[in-house]
Structure formats: C-alpha cells, structure tokens
Write a protein that binds this ligand. Structure first.
Ligand SMILES: *Cc1c(COP(=O)(O)O)cnc(C)c1O
Length: 388
C-alpha cells in the first residue's frame, strides 16, 4: 500500500441499504444506481461490480467517460444510462455499445438519429421533459416535433424512458414547486402518449423524491446518495420516520449504513512544550506539554482546510482533535490524553473505530459542504477496496 490513506467499501452495508431501498420501493419499481461523481467518491471501478454482486443491473452516470468506465468494469449484463452530455465520437460509441442517454433537446435528438443511421444501430434514448427545473429538458411545445422525429426514424431510435428531474426534493421549502413538476410531468407524458410515443418506462425520482413523494416512483427510480448510506437531508429522514410512525426507540436504528470508511496511519508523534505554536502560522498554541501526532492527509486528499482547529479523527478508538492548520498533505492531531499513540496506528477519518465514529455529516456541519460534496471531493487517486 503506497498511498498515505485508503478507502474501504463495506459489502454488507451496501446489501443492507439496497435491501432497505427495495423493501421501501416495492417489487414493481426498478432501482437504477446512480454512480456519477466517481460513484459519489466510492470509485466506479470498485462500486459497480460490488453493486452488481448485490443484484443491481442498471446504472446512471453523468457523462460518456463515466459510462465508458462502467462498461469496462461491469461483470454482469447491466445497462448504463448517461444523464448528461454525449455528442460526436462519444455519441457514436454510446449507440454502438448500447449505452442509453438522455435526450434533452431537439438538436441532441437529431444528432442521435443521424449517428444511429451512420453506425447502423438504434439509439437508446430517454426523453427528458422540462417540468420546472429549467436546466435541461424538452418543452411541451416541442413534443409534437420530437414525436414526429421518433416516428420517422422508428428503426433508429428506441425510446427507453421518459424522465425529468426535480428542483430540490430534499427540502420541504420546494414542496409546491415539486407538486407543479409532478403535474407537468403527468401532462407531458399524456401528451407524448397521445402522439404515439412509448411511455411505458417513466422515471423522475432521485433518493429524496422517492421517499418524500412516493407518487414520483413510477417505473424506475434513480437512487444515488441513499445507496451509499446517507439520507439526502435531515428532512427526508424525518419525513420517512414520521410516515412510518416509528417510536423513538426505533429511531436509533438508522436503516442506512455508511458503505465507506476512510483510513490512514499515524506518521509519528512528538512532544511539544507548553506555549509553542504548532504547524504553519499561529492558529494553535499548546497550553501544556502536548503529544502531537502527524497524519499524512491534507486538503489535497479531500480533508477540507476549513477543518483546521475544528475537525476530529479517530485513533485508538478515541476522538482526537485536529490542531493547527490542515496543510496540503498533512495535519496534526492532539493525542496528549490518549494512551500510547504511536507511529503506524490506524487513523479513521470517516467511519467507525471501536465505539466512536466520524460521520460524513459531521464534516458537512463543520464546513457547510453538502454530504454529496464531501464525498465527491475524495480524490480518485485514493485506493479503494471492498471489505466484507
Ligand atoms: C444525481 C442525480 C440523481 C440521484 O440523486 P440522489 O439525490 O443522489 O439520489 C438522480 N437523477 C439525476 C438526474 C441526477 O443528476
């Protein structure tokens, strides 16, 4: 192991999360695993085969390069959909490989049809409808033309799905806007149906929508954050608890288990006399003789500099505070009150050690990064491995 830190993915945690999700979604809803952002920092190459072992057969990514990585590492007959950009060579590749993709406007549809005719394979498309996010999506007025193009090139374009995306389903403050989106989606689908388009697979829900607005589940849901063991927001979690009517005793048991643990090792420990500054600058001064341990992880590795004098790590099963500034490649922790800490001791940056744990949300609370952001900022270069 050459890297100063590493990430372990727990197969049992993922199995538990998927079991919970499937139980909640019921047998008629297909679960599509969202693995954009390097599988939310878990590593596409590690996560996709693991998820396949746990029964997942559908994956969604943002871009064609991520789809290509999925196609290289998958071990089952899984399907991959691209939710973001794909054009030119990438589009030809996607069509030839049978990777499906969102069509969010007329030029994309036209290019898809032309490319499909050139490579002599049908394009597998998901028609993305504009329902109020106002980011990407086909407007209601454009639907007749979309339908006509699809019918004219019916051998070259197969509609695999009709979809949309919500404008913040994790917050109740967007409630009315989401209701409006659901309505517009229903209208859009009816219109497409009337125009003779196959609307048998509808998908709108991300994790938060699937749990807060069950009517958004339809035939397929695109689940990202929850499969990795995180609630999209406290609100989504509370919504679920209240709907289930769970008693306070049951609330202690979160059905979602964190899949990821991020670890490193102590480089060394030194004794610093009272009244000394530690590390760059003067943000931390010892008040007594302190034992200060060095950890070879810094903001380059995804440990935010905002956690200077604020974050914690676990060593010997106890919490140790970060003292001084988080550097590019290192940080220091105070282990004065922890017995026997020495070079080589395992350090947990995210995850559990004995009876303590550092959660990803504790990072978010301290740095105002979203859960999502903390995860995807973990560099791809950190080695990942699967543990039981
Ligand atoms: C990221 C994303 C999702 C998954 O969102 P989660 O909140 O992680 O479940 C679903 N759909 C689209 C279009 C996305 O971009």
């Amino acid at each position: 192991m050459f890297c100063p830190s590493w990430i372990e993915l727990s197969e049992s945690a993922l199995r538990q999360n998927l079991r919970f999700l499937r139980e909640q979604l019921g047998p008629d809803v297909t679960l599509c695993s969202v693995v954009k952002g390097n599988a939310y920092g878990h590593g596409i190459e590690n996560f996709v085969p693991l998820a396949e072992r746990c029964g997942v057969r559908q994956f969604a990514v943002f871009s064609a390069d991520e789809a290509e990585r999925c196609m290289r590492c998958h071990t089952e007959d899984s399907q991959v959909m691209i939710m973001g950009p794909v054009d030119g060579e990438a589009l030809a590749w996607a069509i030839e490989t049978g990777v499906s993709f969102f069509v969010h406007d007329l030029p994309r549809l036209a290019e898809a049809i032309a490319t499909a005719q050139r490579v002599r394979r049908p394009a597998l498309v998901h028609l993305e409808l504009e329902t109020g996010l106002n980011r990407t999506g086909i407007a209601l007025e454009e639907q007749p033309q979309v339908a006509a193009m699809c019918q004219q090139a019916s051998a070259d374009v197969l509609v695999q799905g009709v979809c949309t995306h919500f404008a913040g389903a994790e917050s109740v403050s967007n409630y009315l806007r989401i209701q409006q989106q659901l309505q517009r989606f229903a209208t859009g689908v009816e219109s497409l149906r009337g125009l003779g388009v196959d609307v048998s697979t509808r998908h709108t829900a991300c994790s938060a929508a699937a749990f807060t607005y069950p009517e958004s589940r339809l035939e397929l849901v695109r689940v990202g954050i929850m499969q990795y063991g995180f609630w999209p927001s406290r609100e989504t979690e509370m919504h679920h608890l209240l709907r289930e009517g769970l008693e306070s005793a049951d609330r202690a048991a979160n059905p979602l288990k964190r899949v990821m643990t991020w670890k490193s090792r102590v480089m060394g420990v030194k004794s610093v006399p009272p009244g000394e500054f530690v590390g760059y600058g003067t943000s931390y001064q010892t008040t007594r003789r302190e034992r200060i341990a060095q950890i070879p992880v810094g903001y380059y590795h995804g440990f935010a500099r905002n956690l200077s004098n604020l974050g914690h790590v676990l060593v010997r099963g106890r919490r140790a505070p970060v003292v001084g500034a988080v550097n590019m490649n290192m940080m220091m922790i105070d282990v004065t009150d922890l017995d026997g800490v020495q070079a080589g001791d395992e350090v947990v940056l995210i995850g559990r050690q004995k009876r303590n744990q550092i959660t990803v949300s504790s990072f978010s609370e301290l740095t105002r990064f979203l859960n999502y952001e903390v995860l995807v900022r973990l560099p791809a270069a950190i080695p990942r491995s699967v543990v039981a």
